[in-house]
Design a protein around this ligand. Sequence first.
Ligand SMILES: C[S@@+](CC[C@H](N)C(=O)[O-])C[C@H]1O[C@@H](n2cnc3c(N)ncnc32)[C@H](O)[C@@H]1O
Length: 234
Amino acid sequence: MPPLLKSLDTDLVALNRDRLPQTIAAKTRRFYDVISTIYPLSSYIFHARAHKVALEMAGVRDGMQVLEIATGSGEMFRKLVKANGSGKTYGIDISPRMAARTHKQVRQDFPKAKAHCHAVDARYLPFRPNSFDAVFCCYLLELLSRDDIILMLSEVHRVLRRNGSFSLILIGSNESAFFNGLYEVAGSIIPAFWGRQMQAEGAEILRAAGFHIQHEVLVKQSGYSSRVLQIVKD
Ligand SMILES: C[S@@+](CC[C@H](N)C(=O)[O-])C[C@H]1O[C@@H](n2cnc3c(N)ncnc32)[C@H](O)[C@@H]1O
């Protein structure tokens, strides 16, 4: 074997021994890439109302530095860019197709806005510490393993300025046994799409990551419930 390949091979063996946190990120990226053209429908039917509430609760003012993590097909991102016309709005999503679609639409709809969306993994944010006044993240935590949630929250904590606003939307978990049962079945069939519902551990992980929850509102749309959390960096 050529020396370069041999050293690569040794590195791969070492990597396998030194196992990274369990994650389904690669599967999630592939899955959301495939459904990127039909995803907007699901976002309008189930998420639009919760997006609106999160935006109102965060009190985004024009001129801010705003980040949205896991934009999906960009329904919330466009609301943020509209509210922050002369500020800077960044979006990221692990699925290259979702990010490209969001970027293209926002460039078409708001050609003068300083708004960009790129394919980036939320566990490793390419921004300097204390860069943002407000960070939004809707329906992502359910798709991340506990280790990945901790990595992602520590990145949010790093890039958000002190007393900055963190808006998080989680899927509601304590409303109806029917909804919870349906979610459990769907999540066990396609975990990379549905993930799993977050119970009380959401609040516990947030506190451990250096955040505190200021307000929490339950929003329902089309039989689907969402928990909208307004959080502050301590
Ligand atoms: C359920 S969708 C939510 C989309 C959008 N936030 C909304 O409110 O409709 C989850 C999104 O998270 C993205 N995602 C999953 N894992 C990610 C990661 N590690 N980093 C960034 N985005 C991720 C997926 O590609 C998908 O677009």
